[in-house]
Design a protein around this ligand. Structure first.
Ligand code: SF4
Ligand code: SF4
Ligand code: SF4
Length: 364
């Protein structure tokens, strides 16, 4: 029998297309607890012992894994908080791997232990994603607010690399580490890792706007966040017609959600609620006690039928395709999912100037 091998990305794209009506990708916050307290963290408001009491037990998380697997989930991401902080992380990781999920782990690596590393080495994940926001103790710990965390993060990266495990390192650029961006990039390059910057900061899940004050000034964001590739992508979007999102749902530019929510990717929070994404929390479904596909249908109908309640700026905006805001982020920051965040409006206008210039150069 001939066995054909295919590139992962082609196989993955085909699966996403073929099963776009199924919840094939799930990310699950198994806890909001984290050993560090990043100044910009959107879930830090629930990083406390009181909230931890509500979080799911080992058996409840396993039950959810069983249910989502039966509903067609193939990609499973452990996220948080920091999933490695849970005492049962190894058991849960083992369970997910043995079920057959393609498993990723989003972590600060500051709670990595020898036992966890040993388990990951024996049954490697598809990817480990961590965020490195400083390469000096001073900068890293100014952001993480925990003494000793810099050494743990750096040791974590080195251990994971030494074990030959797949790692992606991201960097969140804010006012707190802007001065160190080149050093972070150089450091990662020396380790053979790609520098992946982001400037996206939004309010906390409880509506606390504290993180927003660490955002870069709009002109600085443009240095990191609107490349020629972005211009090319943005140019291909017909703002009056279909959205850029491939999601199998027939949305037009007036749609409330203009991203891929409600299609193949879903989110589960630490108390077992299914959400359309990590920011939109006020509509959910109890999948611990309910049926996953019923939950998916309920939330999908919600996404489909959701409309702007008033003729707000976002509803009629022609810049939505280059805007970093969305109803989920607006709700967190303004308490109004139909609201326009001034910071993102200003950024979108400046991106539009760049985009128009790009288009005029391409035409010549
Ligand atoms: S590592 Fe992630 S979860 Fe932990 S405090 Fe930082 S942003 Fe929050
Ligand atoms: S936040 Fe501003 S730029 Fe973004 S979609 Fe709304 S009105 Fe448009
Ligand atoms: S945060 Fe906003 S853009 Fe991202 S998935 Fe949620 S609704 Fe869509």
């Amino acid at each position: 029998m001939a066995i054909h091998s295919r590139e992962y990305k082609n196989w993955s794209a085909d699966v996403h297309q073929k099963f776009s009506d199924k919840p094939i990708v799930m990310q699950m916050e198994i806890t909001y607890q984290c050993p560090i307290r990043c100044l910009h963290c959107y879930s830090d408001c629930y990083n406390n012992k009181e909230y931890a009491k509500n979080e799911l037990s080992t058996e409840e998380i396993k039950l959810i894994m069983d249910k989502i697997y039966a509903a067609g989930c193939m990609w499973f991401t452990f996220t948080g908080g920091d999933p490695m902080i849970r005492k049962d992380f190894i058991e849960l990781y083992d369970y997910a791997k043995d079920k057959g999920f393609i498993v990723s782990v989003m972590t600060s690596l500051t709670a990595l232990t020898d036992d966890i590393l040993c388990k990951l080495s024996k049954k490697p994940p598809f990817s480990i994603e961590m965020t490195l926001n400083g390469v000096t103790r001073e900068t890293y710990e100014k952001i993480s607010q925990v003494k000793g965390s810099f050494d743990r993060a750096i040791n974590g990266i080195n251990s994971v690399i030494k074990a030959g495990l797949p790692i992606k390192v991201k960097t969140l650029i804010s006012k707190n580490n802007q001065h160190e961006v080149e050093d972070i990039s150089d450091y990662l390059e020396k380790l053979g890792l790609k520098f992946s910057p982001s400037t996206s900061i939004f309010a906390r899940l409880n509506g606390d706007n504290e993180p927003c004050k660490y955002r870069l000034p709009v002109d600085d964001v443009l240095k990191y966040d609107f490349s020629e590739d972005d211009c090319e992508l943005a140019s291909s979007v017909d703002v009056d017609d279909k959205t850029r999102a491939y999601d199998g749902m027939d949305r037009v530019s007036g749609s409330f959600y203009r991203c891929a929510v409600g299609s193949w990717q879903w989110h589960i929070n630490p108390i077992g609620r299914l959400n359309i994404c990590s920011c939109v929390r006020d509509v959910d479904y109890d999948i611990l006690n309910g049926n996953v596909l019923d939950g998916v249908k309920y939330l999908r109908d919600y996404v489909k039928n959701k409309k702007f309640s008033s003729a707000g700026r976002c509803g009629d905006c022609k810049l939505w395709h280059i805007c970093g805001s969305c109803p989920g982020k607006a709700k967190l920051e303004l308490g109004d999912e139909c609201g326009a965040v001034d910071y993102f409006c200003e950024l979108a206008k400046k991106k539009n100037v760049i985009l128009n210039h790009y288009k005029s150069v391409i035409k010549e």
